[in-house]
Write a protein that binds this ligand. Sequence first.
Ligand SMILES: NC(=O)c1ccc[n+]([C@@H]2O[C@H](COP(=O)([O-])OP(=O)(O)OC[C@H]3O[C@@H](n4cnc5c(N)ncnc54)[C@H](OP(=O)(O)O)[C@@H]3O)[C@@H](O)[C@H]2O)c1
Length: 344
Amino acid sequence: MAAQQAEVAVATSHRQVLLKTRPDGVPKASDFEIVTVPVDPLPKGSLLVRNRWLSVDPAMKLWLGPPGAYMAPTPIGAVVPSYAAGEVIASDHPDFDVGDRLVGRFGWQEIVAVDPETIYWKVSYDDLPLSQSLGVIGMNGIAAFVGVNDICKPKSGETFVVSTAAGAVGSAAGQIAKLMGARVVGITGGPEKCRQCIEDFGFDAAVDYKSSEPLLDALKTACPNGIDSYLDLTGGSISDAVRHLITVGARIALCGTAAVPSWNPWPLGERVERHLLNKQALMQGYITSFQRHRWPDALQHLETWARDGGLVGREDILDGIDKAPGSIARLLNGENQGKLVIKL
Ligand SMILES: NC(=O)c1ccc[n+]([C@@H]2O[C@H](COP(=O)([O-])OP(=O)(O)OC[C@H]3O[C@@H](n4cnc5c(N)ncnc54)[C@H](OP(=O)(O)O)[C@@H]3O)[C@@H](O)[C@H]2O)c1
């Protein structure tokens, strides 16, 4: 096969964001540096992708941080690992043509010589924004789908609760649970995000964990019949309060620990055993990137719902790769208003 080429002749250099120092806690802008480097030649049997959108995800703190996560930490000086969506600009691979739009683990850089192993999927639609392939029709949507559909399994009339409810995964999860017939209650920080949960995402109620009212009291009011299923995106004291209200046979899907600032030293907290035992409840963790067998089904549902208008994905868009270094802190400090993406 003759290699296909487009545009590369004019792009001789591009920018990358490198990890400069190992973050201590929330990654700061000064932990990164932006460098300009030559564009790699097209590798044999592979492809070059021009990233159009870079994803910013809470998990990046773990990927960049000290050892202890489910993958080895990024070496100092390496390109920051991230999900991204881009366009093939040169191909020497039989399965990919110039112009194909791909989602993968392409890193915070403008042009990438792609290892085909890092490609997640081809984006076949062009009637929905490509940026959504990183959010509501991407890994965030899949995380929501797996947690709600496979573990929480809300039934019609039951109460489903989700934390980080106005965020990328949380907002999608609440909408999916609504589509499955549940009464949906979101937990989020601040009155504006509570408003978004109800008015923008159609939840039945929202609880502000930052308000002066004790969270357990606010949850009792919002969930008078108890909590039948919970998508846990925070852990910590928020989830401690939720577990006090679970019903017999409740399902808890553990997806994130946004409320736990550090796992070194391993923090202590309320014990869960009696809640689970008394209520004969299930609590199950999962990692979306290891649920690859569920991606096609999830993506098919998410795309259909997004097209029908049943699933809304709010986006918080930063303009340009220069914004990347400070973006993880923005997310972890809760300043984002929806899925945080960087437009290139
Ligand atoms: N297991 C998986 O495969 C998987 C996949 C994707 C995401 N996740 C996890 O899901 C969670 C949400 O991810 P996302 O991408 O959708 O991000 P997001 O919700 O769009 O943004 C993160 C949110 O975390 C909340 N937060 C920050 N500090 C907090 C604290 N101390 N207590 C409570 N909430 C806090 C903030 O919302 P508020 O303003 O509401 O506080 C912030 O907006 C993260 O924990 C992430 O690691 C897991």
